[in-house]
Every structure is written in structure tokens, then in C-alpha cells.
Design a protein around this ligand. Structure first.
Ligand SMILES: NC(=O)c1ccc[n+]([C@@H]2O[C@H](COP(=O)([O-])OP(=O)(O)OC[C@H]3O[C@@H](n4cnc5c(N)ncnc54)[C@H](O)[C@@H]3O)[C@@H](O)[C@H]2O)c1
Length: 382
């Protein structure tokens, strides 16, 4: 299948591009390399030293004989995007290419506006390009479980049946996102749903949980293929951040009580979920929603797990409770459904001690790269 991976230089996109290529798909990457520029802006870095995109794909070709074409440019530039569609004629378009940090979107007005412009307009351009140039192309869009917030009822996969004044309907599940970034994802979902309805586009919204881990079968093949790992207070996701704190002798910084519960998955499952979605496309006009996670934990539970593993490795690690920089409910009900990807064959990699040991070991090998002053949260929601 001809597949475009937009955002293919990023944490989820790079291993996904390699995995799809390894499965025999004809993969092209689109990326404007902005994630590397945001590191420069924040004086931050990936714990693992990542090669340039050019060197990465060259090494992949050398190792496997498989070519991944690259297109460096911005989804917000429609002429560029049209050219990508003309040259690649995609049957599936996997869309990871957004600004994905909640704290980054909350820095100030400029960053909130940038996030929504980058994400919402970029996605709208993709919808128009599909309509104009590849109407059969299946859009596989990365959403987030954070779109739903933490309602006091079970979270369904995209839709809920509601009875009101004696009448029933199946309606989009209510969204209560917690940042201007998460709101951009909700706006995307609405735009995609509308485009499916009016133009007959086929789309899958993958409401992904928080991704942890770094290696996949493909990125392990050579150090030049290694994935990025973020740890700073802006882009670091909870579990990866705790592991890096443990490796560098930093307290594990839990925000507030740590009772906030979130859904998680291993990067190895992200790449499989996208493959499953691509190989089982949505019907024409269908706006399909899958909740893409395998387990959920409270933030405190994650910190406890990391502390236990660190101790086994001889690292002394304390848990520190910080004033929560975010405005969010801490003590809340959380139960979310995730059956649709499982029904299509996903076999989850669960968060075992062995998995944690493995990630911690790699992080320890690169711990000298950590810029310690970037670890604590510096952005608040107030
Ligand atoms: N990492 C997670 O835990 C997680 C969880 C849920 C959802 N997601 C979603 O998955 C997607 C990928 O996340 P990630 O962690 O890989 O992020 P990332 O920042 O590592 O990668 C995103 C990539 O997209 C590129 N990009 C951004 N805006 C672009 C634009 N306008 N044009 C072209 N390229 C652009 C960046 O340069 C970067 O390489 C995002 O949409 C994110 O919202 C991620």
C-alpha cells in the first residue's frame, strides 16, 4: 500500500514509518522538522542522540534495501501538500504532524495560537488534499485520549447512545479537554467528521493514550535508527520522564496528589495499531474512532513502579510531590473502552518490570546528555 506518514521524523512517526516499510508498504515521510526546532527554542534535546532524517532513511535503505522517500515541508503550505499528494498518490495518509505538547500550548498567547493554527489548519489542508487529489485515500489521524477529559461515566470509543426526552440517538462522545493543545485535537476531530459526512472521505481517529518506551524491532537494528526520547517538563511524557529522572538521580516529580489516572501504551503498540488501521480501512464516508491504549495507571502508580525498578538497579530514588502546574481534577473516576483495535488483532505489550528495566538501561547509557534544569515543570495553566 502507498502510505504517507506525516510527522515521520517524530517520536511516534519515525518508528511507525520504519514498521510500515518493513511490512512491505511503500512509505513516504512528510515533516517540516519543527520538533527539532522546538528543542532549540527550549534549549532542550532528546536523551538519545538522533541522526538527521536524511541519514536515518539512508541507513534504513542500506540495511533493508527499502526506500523511504522524504518530503521536507509544512502541512500548512497547501501548494507543498498538493505536490506531495501528486507525487505519492497515497492510499493511506497517517497524520502525526502536529504540535503535541500540552504545556507548550499553554506557555502564552503566541504558543496557544501557534498550536491551534499549526494543528487545525494543517489537518484541514490534509482533508482538502484528500478531497481534491485522492478521494479514496484513508486518513489515519492521531487524536488523543485527552480529548475526552475525565468524565464521571465510562469513556466509549468516539460515540455514545443518549436518550433524551424519550428519544434516542448515537452522538459524538462529549469532549472536555484540558489544554489548548488538546482542544486543537477536538477541533480536528470535528472537522474530520464533517468532511467524512459531506465529501465521503474515509477516516480513522486514533485517540491515543500516553506513549512510553523507545525501541521497536526496527529502531533497534542500528544506532543510527534510534528513536528520540523526550524528558523535559514541556515534551516529556509521564513514564519516560520518571525513568530519566531515576537514571539521573533526580526525584520523581509527581504533580499534585498523583491520583490523576491516564491511559498508556508502549511505542511498540503504537506502530502496530497504525498498521492495523491502515490494513483495515474505514468505509467510504465513515468517521471511525478507536481508543488506542492498552492499560491505565495513576501517575503515582507509575512513579512507584519506576522507584521499585530503580532500586533493583541500585539507584536511590525519592518521589517528590510538586504543586500541580495544571488545572485538572486529581481524584476522579476513570474507565475507558478499548475493544476495537483488540478485535482487529492488537496483542498488547503490557508494562512489565522487564520492559521498565529495558528502557531504564538505555536511558542510563545516555544520561550524560540530560540537561538537568529542563526536568522540572516551568509552565503553569494560570
Ligand atoms: N507521544 C504521545 O504520548 C502521544 C499521545 C497521544 C497522541 N499523540 C499524537 O501523536 C502524534 C505524534 O506525536 P509524537 O509524540 O510523535 O510528536 P513529535 O513532536 O515527536 O512528532 C511530531 C512530528 O510532526 C512534525 N510536525 C509538526 N507540525 C508539522 C507541520 N505543520 N508540518 C509538517 N510536520 C510537522 C514535527 O516536526 C515532528 O517531527 C501527535 O499528533 C500527537 O498529538 C502523541
Amino acid at each position: 500500500m502507498r502510505i504517507v506518514v506525516a510527522g515521520g521524523d517524530g517520536f511516534c512517526g519515525w518508528p511507525t514509518a520504519l514498521h510500515l516499510s518493513n511490512q512491505g508498504h511503500e512509505v513516504s515521510i512528510v515533516d517540516n522538522l519543527s520538533r527539532r526546532k522546538w528543542d532549540d527554542e527550549l534549549h532542550s534535546n532528546s536523551v538519545t542522540p538522533i541522526a538527521s532524517l536524511e541519514d536515518r532513511v539512508e541507513k534504513w535503505k542500506e540495511l533493508t534495501g527499502k526506500e523511504i522517500k522524504t518530503f521536507i515541508g509544512d502541512l500548512n503550505h497547501y501548494d507543498f501538500l498538493r505536490e506531495v499528494f501528486r507525487q505519492t498518490e497515497p492510499e493511506a495518509f497517517v497524520h502525526f504532524a502536529e504540535q503535541r505538547s500540552a504545556p507548550y500550548s499553554m506557555i502564552d498567547r503566541d504558543h496557544a495560537v501557534f498550536t491551534q493554527q499549526n494543528n487545525v489548519i494543517g489537518n484541514l489542508n490534509v482533508l482538502y488534499a484528500i478531497k481534491e487529489l485522492a478521494p479514496e485515500c484513508h486518513l489515519i489521524k492521531l487524536g488523543t485520549m485527552g480529548e475526552y477529559g475525565a468524565p464521571n461515566i465510562d469513556i466509549e470509543e468516539g460515540y455514545i447512545e443518549i436518550e433524551h426526552n424519550g428519544r434516542k440517538d448515537v452522538l459524538p462522545y462529549p469532549k472536555q479537554p484540558g489544554s489548548f493543545y488538546h482542544l486543537s485535537k477536538v477541533h480536528d476531530s470535528h472537522n474530520i467528521m464533517f468532511a467524512c459526512k459531506i465529501w465521503g472521505i474515509r477516516a480513522t481517529d486514533l485517540n491515543q493514550g500516553i506513549v512510553y518506551g523507545l525501541h521497536t524491532n526496527e529502531t533497534k537494528m542500528d544506532p543510527m535508527l534510534v528513536n528520540r526520547v523526550d524528558y523535559d517538563g514541556v515534551f516529556g511524557t509521564a513514564l519516560n520522564r520518571f525513568l530519566i529522572q531515576a537514571a539521573t538521580g533526580h526525584d520523581l516529580t509527581v504533580y499534585g496528589s498523583g491520583k490523576q489516572t491516564r491511559s498508556f501504551l508502549n511505542i511498540e503498540d503504537t506502530v502496530r495499531c497504525v498498521q492495523i488501521a491502515a490494513e483495515n480501512p474505514a468505509d467510504k464516508g465513515e468517521f471511525r474512532v478507536f481508543n488506542q491504549f492498552t492499560e491505565y495507571f495513576s501517575v503515582k502508580e507509575l512513579a512507584d513502579k519506576v522507584q521499585k525498578i530503580a532500586k533493583e538497579k541500585g539507584l536511590k530514588t525519592e518521589i517528590a510531590y510538586l504543586e500541580n502546574p495544571r488545572i485538572e481534577p486529581e481524584d476522579h473516576y476513570y474507565h475507558a473502552v478499548n475493544t476495537r483495535l483488540r478485535e482487529l488483532g492488537l496483542e498488547p505489550h503490557l508494562l512489565t518490570d522487564e520492559v521498565l528495566h529495558d528502557i531504564l538501561q538505555t536511558v542510563i547509557e545516555h544520561k550524560d546528555r540530560v540537561i538537568k534544569e529542563n526536568v522540572l515543570p516551568s509552565i503553569t495553566w494560570k
